[in-house]
Design a protein around this ligand. Structure first.
Ligand code: E4P
Length: 294
């Protein structure tokens, strides 16, 4: 069991309460959990229902999602459970907000996940005004993180922004640089946005997230198990991160840009191809569980 707790809060990136319970037993605690339509589609009960007989209706899928997060909710600590709205590329902020309002009532420690798009940011702005905690997902640029900061200014609760490290690595860019750059950009800010390192694929990503003082990291159980098996290593002051892909090829650095956070959020450009692809992947995974209408 872990005795030397990192400052970074640890979240399980998954959609299965049994898995969260196993990880809690292994580490001794779990600070929070992130879920998504893709992770919910992989939940063992949903997989069983989809494999045997008719697939789910939209209502059944929503009910199943609610049941899953209600089982996870009491297992985790103060970092809460992130629940993602079902959005496609044409979803309007008002539709996302309506879902967010409902999902926020499912559990007492909910964070509503919206994508870092113009409409997602608009939904976040309205949400924080209503006291709804938010996690802004699919973040691939400093501009998106700046827009999150500006759109949610004044939030009484911490707002999460989730830079997706592994997916930047997948296209040859150093995803850890995005975490580093966002942390630097927020230095001297009012601190209401917390950086949640996401799309963590290795112990090396995890240690670098600790080293960069990310407030939170969401980690698949496989990586947490590897970390436990390695004896829960933590980075020391001389930690160096090897920015290489799975084959050992160097990743391209992402340069830091100086950004003024004190401007209206819609002056930032949130358009990112990886965000659009991420939304499309969530839609495809969500639809894979749904009954086809005749
Ligand atoms: C976070 O909220 C996401 O579920 C997750 O970290 C995405 O990871 P992936 O890029 O490995 O799918």
């Amino acid at each position: 069991m872990l005795t030397n707790k990192p400052k970074t809060k640890l979240l399980v990136d998954g959609g299965d309460p049994e898995e969260t319970l196993r990880i809690k037993g292994l580490i001794g605690f779990v600070d929070g959990q992130t879920t998504s339509p893709s992770l919910i589609a992989k939940n063992p009960d949903i997989q069983r229902r989809v494999a045997s007989g008719p697939q789910l209706s939209e209502q059944e899928e929503k009910d199943a999602y609610k049941k899953i997060v209600q089982s996870i909710s009491p297992l985790v600590g103060a970092a809460g459970v992130s629940i993602e709205v079902f959005a496609d590329l044409s979803s309007r902020a008002e539709e996302m907000l309506a879902q967010g309002q409902e999902m926020f009532t499912w559990i007492p420690n909910a964070y509503v996940k919206y994508p870092c798009t113009h409409e997602g940011l608009r939904a976040a702005e309205m949400s924080v005004q209503q006291g709804i905690r938010v996690n802004m997902t699919l973040c691939f640029s400093q501009d998106q993180a700046a827009a999150v900061y500006a759109a949610t200014r004044g939030s009484k609760e911490p707002v999460y922004v989730s830079p997706f490290v592994g997916r930047l690595d997948d296209q040859g860019e150093d995803g850890m640089d995005l975490v580093r750059n966002i942390k630097k950009m927020y230095e001297g800010s009012d601190g209401h946005v917390h950086v949640l390192a996401a799309s963590i694929r290795s112990i090396s990503h995890l240690l670098c997230s600790f080293f960069l003082d990310a407030e939170l990291a969401t980690v698949p159980s496989k990586v947490l198990q590897e970390w436990a098996a390695a004896g829960f290593p933590l980075p020391d002051r001389n930690f160096t991160y090897k920015a290489v892909d799975a084959r050992g090829n160097p990743l391209k650095p992402i340069p830091y840009r100086k950004v003024d956070l004190n401007v209206p959020w819609d002056t930032f450009d949130p358009a990112q191809e990886l965000t659009s692809k991420g939304i499309q992947k969530f839609v495809a995974d969500y639809q894979s569980t749904l009954r086809r209408s005749a």
